[in-house]
Write a protein that binds this ligand. Structure first.
Ligand SMILES: Cc1ncc(COP(=O)(O)O)c(C=O)c1O
Length: 459
């Protein structure tokens, strides 16, 4: 590979690689950015640019790049036993140890784990297992999942169906039957004059209304991201999830928290169900479980669900070749050890998180920013045409992309969803790096405003 230059590599990529969530024709013309190295919160591209990655890859590199220990445990496990399956009454030691660790780490009685390779597959697993859970208890009609419009639960058939992204549903004839969606909380666009408490109750009531409309005997589960990531870091009112939990209990609807983004410290708590103080029956995990160093997903089931599946479910007709892969399990264990030993989650909660929040709030004062929202280490800036108005740009998405590209030129990676600039840095970000992030983001907002003809807005 050394003898190929960046342009040649881009050409090969354009010729042979279909990229996810991209207009591939446009991308082929523009050329992909080729990343070559990572260290801490920084990545370098093939042109030698050093970038502060304020998005942790794709919400996942929680311990930061370049942690040699993770590579070492992977190599050691590969040397010793590179693979064995967990199908034929078998397992491996790292898999056993990780299951026990996850049972200890996740809250409440989420004590039983099923492994997948990704968050999407974990959600596919949940769809099948939950329907099976009700069916073996003589309630096969209790099969409907309620998700939320604009939710994201992955790209597989069930994952994309559980999610509420209309653009995804259009491709492939989704959603599959018996999946419906309600509107999620997003105060900026939908909250009107309501205060947080009231808005939280109103949004939760949408679930109750939908359950009553469908009939509680038809509704199997409600699934949601505690904080909606992909759509733009939509942070719910503080009481929303507790209200949702009450409604689920009232109608015996299982509550699924998709913690693929929020899990493993993103909110400053280990899991967002702790941050919002609610008790899911099932939890989806991926991303931060290995800090993205190796693919792994998992479903945590509580005692009730696991007991029914084990004692009444018969043979579990479900599994992936790599369910419980020993190398992935070893890396996950080491990643969790790093998070624990270095008190990374506690530091986010008590030190760097509050500091990041205060600097993020300063960005909220920029004339282009209609709202600066943040929870722990995940946040967004909502770019708006006219600050006091809480209104989107007419041509949604253009300004976000402009700002994202300007930020990249300034050495900062932020993701844009429509005109929301999304933040999700490695959890190891230091105060000095938060300052750097602030400087680069402010500069990028200024340059974006200037390009839009909003005039100079200060240094
Ligand atoms: C909340 C949530 N669930 C599920 C997924 C899908 O995970 P994966 O891409 O590992 O399949 C994602 C991915 O971003 C996610 O944000």
């Amino acid at each position: 590979m050394d003898h190929l230059d960046t342009r040649q590599l881009q050409q090969l990529d354009a010729d042979h690689h279909l990229h996810p969530f991209n207009d591939n024709a446009a991308l082929a013309k523009k050329g992909t950015r080729i990343l070559t190295r990572g260290e801490g919160c920084y990545v370098w591209d093939a042109d030698g640019n050093k970038l502060l990655d304020a998005f942790a890859g794709l919400w996942c590199v929680n311990v930061g790049y370049g942690r040699k220990e993770l590579g070492r445990v992977a190599a050691k496990q590969m040397d010793q036993l590179a693979y064995y399956n967990s199908f034929f009454s078998c397992t491996t030691e790292p898999t056993i140890m990780l299951s026990a660790k996850l049972a200890e780490l996740t809250p409440y009685d989420l004590n039983h784990v099923f492994y997948s390779n990704s968050g999407s597959e974990a959600n596919d697993t949940i769809l099948r297992m939950v329907r099976h859970f009700w069916a073996v208890q003589d309630q096969p009609g209790k099969s409907i999942f309620i998700g939320r419009n604009n939710g994201y639960h992955g790209s597989t058939v069930a994952g994309a169906s559980l999610g509420g992204m209309k653009g995804m549903h259009k491709q492939g004839g989704l959603p599959i039957p018996d999946i419906v969606h309600i509107d999620p909380p997003f105060w900026f666009a939908d909250g009107g004059d309501m205060g947080e408490e009231e808005y939280g109750r109103v949004c939760a009531k949408r679930l109750e209304d939908k359950i009553l409309e469908l009939g509680p005997d038809r509704v199997a589960a409600f699934i949601g991201e505690p904080i909606m990531g992909a759509i733009g870091v939509w942070i719910p009112p503080a009481n929303y999830w507790r209200e949702i939990e009450k409604i689920c209990r009232k109608y015996d609807v299982l509550l699924v928290a998709d913690e693929v983004i929020c899990g493993f410290g993103r909110t400053g708590e280990w899991f967002a169900s702790q941050y919002y103080d609610f008790r899911p029956d099932i939890m989806t995990l991926a991303k931060g479980i290995t800090s993205g160093y190796i693919p792994l997903g998992a479903v945590m089931f509580n005692d009730r669900v696991a007991k029914v599946l084990a004692e009444q479910g018969g043979e579990l007709a479900h599994g992936y070749t790599y369910s419980g892969h020993p190398v992935c399990a070893a890396v996950a264990l080491e990643n969790i050890r790093i998070l624990q030993d270095e008190k990374i989650v506690e530091t986010c909660k008590n030190d760097t998180g509050p500091y990041l929040a205060s600097r993020w709030a300063e960005l909220g004062a920029h004339p282009l920013v209609g709202q600066a929202r943040i929870a722990g280490m995940v946040g967004a800036l909502e770019l708006v045409p006219n600050k006091p108005e809480r209104r989107y740009f007419d041509d949604r998405g253009k300004v976000g992309v402009l700002c994202r590209d300007i930020a990249l030129r300034n050495g900062l990676i932020l993701r844009a969803t429509y005109d929301s600039m999304l933040l999700s840095p490695p959890l190891v970000i230091s105060r000095a790096q938060v300052d750097e992030l602030f400087e680069k983001a402010w500069k990028s907002l200024n340059e974006t405003a200037r390009e839009l003809g909003m005039g100079s807005v200060g240094s």
